[in-house]
Design a protein around this ligand. Structure first.
Ligand code: FPP
Length: 248
């Protein structure tokens, strides 16, 4: 059981960056322009997290379901990811950011897979912000992967079913070693989790804003952080228990 901590800064923020398409449509621009503006917003938010000293940031860049978008849009997103890998990684490294990609990689081009691997290798020893980029990711996919892995451990006689507990399952998931997100942010007005971090969001504070992702900036992040500090995190306990820890 996690101890409730004094709510101050979240240690880990997870974000669904929604609304790029609508941002572009309102400006009579192609959706691709919205995604480009979305990348700039991601850059700004990463910088703000570095400045605030946040421990981890997980961004949902491309879901397993996003492969079903029209091929030209998928193509332009892949081009944008490739450019981002080429142009952003050096600066992130300079800022001591540790980059990790979570999701099913096999569907990405070899060049993209190599770019992801290189970025991870380059930054693996960095001790600043842990930046997790979810690409080809789905929460159910991740749980299924873990179930398969643990089932094969059982089959091989290395694990007994009754030994399986929450830490072991959490350890088989993509964000093993990171604390669960304290704060989840979804921009763009929808109020859903959309198959993001299904296990890890169990006790996370959920913040929804109508702001479209390309408009999300340091001020918008500060508003979310202010909202977070007002939350009382109870982890299943009563308010009285939190006010006086000796309370039965
Ligand atoms: C949702 O907007 C956004 C995405 C599908 C992800 C794209 C994200 C970026 C380009 C930011 C890049 C960030 C990194 C870290 C590489 P939408 O197209 O669903 O918008 P809509 O709901 O308004 O149509």
């Amino acid at each position: 059981m996690r101890e409730p901590e004094a709510s101050s800064l979240p240690r880990h923020i997870a974000i669904i960056m929604d609304g790029n398409g609508r941002w572009a449509r309102r400006r009579l621009l192609p959706r691709q322009a919205g995604h480009r503006a979305g990348l700039s917003a991601a850059r700004r938010v990463i910088e703000s997290c570095v400045q605030h000293g946040i421990g981890a940031l997980t961004l949902f860049a491309f879901s397993s379901e996003n492969w079903q978008r029209p091929p030209p849009e998928v193509g332009s997103l892949m081009g944008l990811f490739m450019n981002a890998l080429e142009s952003e990684v050096a600066e992130l490294h300079k800022n001591r950011v540790r980059i990790r990609f979570i999701g099913a990689r096999a569907q990405f081009s070899t060049a993209l897979q190599q770019g992801m691997h290189k970025a991870e290798q380059l930054t693996v020893d960095n001790t600043g912000l842990r930046l997790n980029v979810a690409a080809g990711y789905g929460g159910r996919w991740e749980l299924l992967q873990a179930a398969r892995q643990l089932a094969s451990e059982v089959l091989a006689g290395r694990l007994r079913p009754e030994e399986l507990d929450e830490p072991l399952l959490a350890n088989a998931l993509s964000l093993a070693g990171s604390p669960d997100p304290d704060l989840f942010i979804r921009t763009g007005g929808e109020q859903r989790i959309s198959n993001f971090l299904l296990w890890q969001l169990a006790y996370t504070e959920l913040y929804f804003t109508d702001t479209l992702w390309p408009d999300f900036d340091a001020v918008a992040l500060q508003q979310a952080l202010n909202w977070y500090t007002q939350r009382q995190r109870r982890f299943g306990r009563t308010p009285e228990q939190l006010e006086s820890p000796g309370h039965a």
